[in-house]
Write a protein that binds this ligand. Structure first.
Ligand code: ADP
Ligand code: ADP
Length: 225
C-alpha cells in the first residue's frame, strides 16, 4: 500500500526532517510511527498525504509513484486517504452531521447515499445520537470520534493519524486506538504517529521508530512487548 524509497525531506531553511527513509506498509496492515518530538513523524504523514513533497527519493502509494502523479490527480489520491489530527480540525459552527458529511460533498455521492454513509460512520464511532449537536457541546474524546467519522466516511483504503490521542486521557486514548483497530479489521490500512509508548505497546502492532529523521528500528507486531 505504501512504499518509501530512500526518501529525504529538507524544509526551506535547511533542516533535514527525514533522511533516506525506506520502509513498506502492506495492504491492510496497521502500524505505529514513534520517536521523540521533532523525529519526523508528522513529516512522514504529510508526505503520504501530499501535503509536503520529498526533497529526494520516491513514495509509492497503491502502485502510484507520487513523483509522477499529475497535479490534477492529487485530489483523487487524497480522497483515498482518511486523515485524523490531534486537534481534529472540526468546524465548530457546523453540526456533527455536517462535519462528517464534508468529504462526501467533494465527490459525486447522491444525497440519499450521503445521508446513509454519514449515519453509518457516526454509528461506527458511537455518535449517532449526536448528529444535530455542535462539536463544542461534545467532550474531547467525542470530538476526536467525530474527526474519525469524517476521516472514514468516504471509506478510504488508507487511514493516517497524527497523534490522535494527544489530547485525551489514557482510558479514552485506548478506546480511540481500539476504534482504529476495528477499521483495520475491515481491511483499512492504518498508520498512526504517536509518542505514547505504553499505549503503542498495548496495541501489539508493528512499530517504526524514527530518530532525527532516520529509521532506527522497525519492530514486528509479534516482537512488541
Ligand atoms: P515530529 O512529528 O516527530 O515531532 P516533525 O515531522 O514535525 O516531527 O518535524 C521534524 C523536523 O522538521 C523538526 O526538526 C521540525 O522542526 C522540522 N519541521 C517540521 N515542519 C517544518 C516546516 N514546515 N518548516 C521547517 N521545519 C519544519
Ligand atoms: P456498505 O456500503 O458496505 O454498507 P457503509 O457505508 O454502510 O458500507 O459502511 C459500513 C461500515 O464501515 C460503517 O460503519 C462505516 O463507517 C465503516 N467504514 C467507513 N469507512 C471504512 C473503511 N475505509 N473501511 C472499513 N469500514 C469503513
Amino acid at each position: 500500500m505504501i512504499r518509501f524509497e530512500q526518501v529525504s525531506k529538507r524544509y526551506p531553511g535547511g533542516h533535514e526532517a527525514l533522511v533516506q527513509l525506506s520502509f513498506e506498509l502492506a495492504d491492510g496492515e496497521m502500524a505505529f510511527v514513534t520517536g521523540h518530538s521533532g523525529a519526523g513523524k508528522s513529516t512522514l504523514l504529510k508526505l503520504i498525504a501530499l501535503l509536503e513533497r520529498p526533497s529526494q527519493g520516491e513514495i509509492v502509494i497503491d502502485g502510484q509513484r507520487l513523483s509522477r502523479l499529475h497535479r490534477r490527480n492529487i485530489p483523487k489520491l487524497r480522497r483515498g486517504i482518511g486523515m485524523v489530527f490531534q486537534d481534529h480540525h472540526l468546524l465548530m459552527d457546523r453540526s456533527v452531521y455536517a462535519n462528517v458529511e464534508l468529504p462526501l460533498l467533494i465527490g459525486a455521492v447522491p444525497p440519499a447515499e450521503r445521508a446513509r454513509r454519514v449515519r453509518a460512520a457516526l454509528e461506527k464511532v458511537g455518535l449517532l445520537d449526536y448528529e444535530r449537536q455542535l462539536p463544542g457541546s461534545l467532550s474531547a474524546g467525542e470530538q476526536q470520534r467525530v474527526g474519525i467519522a469524517r476521516a472514514i466516511v468516504a471509506r478510504p483504503a488508507l487511514l493516517i493519524a497524527d497523534e490522535p490521542t494527544g489530547n485525551l486521557d489514557p482510558q479514552l486514548a485506548v478506546e480511540i486506538m481500539q476504534l482504529f483497530a476495528e477499521f483495520q479489521d475491515v481491511g483499512t490500512t492504518v498508520l498512526i504517529a504517536s509518542h505514547d509508548l505504553p499505549l503503542i505497546k498495548r496495541m501489539k502492532r508493528r512499530v517504526v521508530v524514527l530518530d532525527h529523521g532516520r529509521l532506527i528500528a522497525d519492530v514486528a507486531a509479534a516482537e512488541v512487548q
